[in-house]
Design a protein around this ligand. Structure first.
Ligand SMILES: Cc1ncc(C[n+]2csc(CCOP(=O)(O)OP(=O)(O)O)c2C)c(N)n1
Length: 359
């Protein structure tokens, strides 16, 4: 008797061996050179702040203070930090619902982001958007998108606008491995190459799309890098838990786009430490796989590298203390803010800030 497909997939998932953390650079991947010390300290600071911020967000959720759902990027900080540090102020970020780190990476302050998660009036979207809709056009944070794959085509639009205006902004679009099996991924890649758009597509391959391993539903081992050739692009595979490596590949790809060299597709191999969303304990993942990736946590790994490079530990401790203080201050400010006033219910529906219907 034929085993139903769903059952086969469930068996595959259950018996799936622990995937060893891999990230051998593919041909065409630039060699990693240590960035200047100031950049390295900035990368460390960004990652520590992201980690502290999201751990606090999770604590506040447990206390019932963070409303709605949220998706944490704990473990994936080196991708957001590496790309954020390589971007210029006018560049555009497009993120998914797992967008806290990418928002902070563009220089958005912690307090309005925390207040947004808590549904408070001082939040980034006046408390009306929540975790999944973080946006700050002033910072080039062009939105967090909940429809898997949809924002790749929107990132093309921003890049096209930059090209038409003859300006130098580059769009950087982050998405999960699951998006590579969505039609919009292929449509966006194709058009970006045809029109030679200044856009960098970054697949954060954390191996799981909700509760399904990407390997069980994908024809190739590297869901983004192995498909790059279909669009005439070189395969760019990077260790997404190594901030020096993500910074190097981000600088190369963004620099090329800015110089008129067209789009790139980067696959960053990484892992989310927790479940898909806040209420998911993530127990469907093989324990050995989780442990192997926890052993490659990007933050302690980078800390040790900085110490090995001769950076004084006191400098790192100071960064860590400042981060904890910043998170405390952001949480207190958010808790002190009221919920949005009812008068704001119709505000900012249209681009002019209004809400009245027009034909
Ligand atoms: C078009 C679409 N289909 C399904 C969903 C439901 N959904 C939300 S998140 C998710 C998993 C996506 O996984 P991945 O792209 O790997 O990103 P990750 O959550 O791992 O960051 C799914 C299927 C959705 N939001 N949009």
């Amino acid at each position: 008797m034929t085993t139903p497909l769903a059952q086969q997939l469930a068996q595959q998932t259950a018996t799936r061996p622990a995937t060893p953390p891999a990230a051998a650079p593919a041909p065409g991947t630039p060699p990693v050179q240590a960035p200047p010390e100031a950049v390295r300290l900035r990368l460390y600071q960004m990652m520590v702040e992201m980690r502290d911020f999201e751990k606090r967000a999770y604590d506040l959720f447990l206390q019932g203070l963070v409303k709605g759902t949220s998706h944490l990027g704990l473990g994936q900080e080196a991708v957001a930090a590496g790309f954020g540090a390589a971007m210029h102020p006018g560049d555009y970020t497009f993120a998914t619902y797992r967008g806290h780190n990418h928002t902070l990476a563009r220089g958005v302050q912690m307090a309005p982001v925390m207040a947004e998660l808590m549904g408070r009036q001082s939040g980034l979207m006046a408390g009306k958007g929540g975790s999944m809709h973080l946006t700050s056009v002033a910072h080039g944070m062009m939105g967090s998108y909940a429809i898997v794959g949809a924002h790749l085509t929107i990132a093309n639009g921003a890049a096209w606008s930059s090209k038409l205006r003859g300006t130098s902004e580059v769009a950087v679009c982050f998405f999960g491995d699951g998006a590579t099996n969505i039609g919009a991924f292929h449509e966006a890649l194709n058009l970006a190459v045809v029109w030679q758009l200044p856009v960098v597509f970054v697949c954060e391959n954390n191996r799981w799309m909700e509760y399904t391993p990407i390997s069980s539903v994908t024809a190739v081992a590297h869901p983004a890098a192995d498909r790059a050739a279909a669009y005439g692009l070189e395969p760019l595979l990077v260790d997404g838990n190594d901030a020096d490596a993500t910074y190097a590949i981000a600088s190369a790809a963004i620099g090329r786009a800015r110089a008129g060299g067209g789009p790139s597709l980067v696959e960053a191999e990484t892992y989310r430490h927790g479940g898909h969303s806040r209420a998911d304990p993530g127990k469907y993942r093989p324990e050995e796989e989780v442990q192997a990736w926890l052993g490659r946590d990007p933050i302690p790994r980078y800390r040790q590298r900085l110490l090995d490079a001769g950076i004084d530990e006191a400098v790192l401790v100071s960064i860590e203390e400042q981060s904890r203080r910043a998170v405390d201050a952001a949480s207190s400010a958010a808790e002190a803010s009221p919920p949005p006033d009812v008068s704001l219910v119709g505000a900012n529906v249209w681009a002019d800030g209004g809400a009245s219907w027009r034909r």
